[in-house]
Design a protein around this ligand. Structure first.
Ligand code: CA
Ligand code: CA
Length: 70
């Protein structure tokens, strides 16, 4: 299997972001994130938010999402 290119990674993350963004407003809120990853412990989500929410508005933009995801 060949390594994923940056473009392929972005396309994959965009698709995943869209599937998490339940109301399609272009931002993923904590509630949307929790609905998509119900098995994620609350503490992990809080830590994720602290490190990933770069502009501190309490929700993830695609840009912030791309930064935190592998
Ligand atoms: Ca949303
Ligand atoms: Ca944000």
């Amino acid at each position: 299997m060949s390594a994923e290119t940056a473009d392929e990674r972005l396309a994959r993350l965009k698709k995943e972001f869209a599937s998490i963004d339940g109301d399609g407003d272009g931002f993923v809120t904590e509630a949307e994130f929790r609905a998509h990853f119900p098995e994620l412990p609350a503490g992990a989500l809080g830590a994720l938010e602290d490190s990933a929410d770069a502009d501190g508005d309490g929700r993830f933009s695609l840009e912030e999402f791309v930064r935190i995801m592998p």
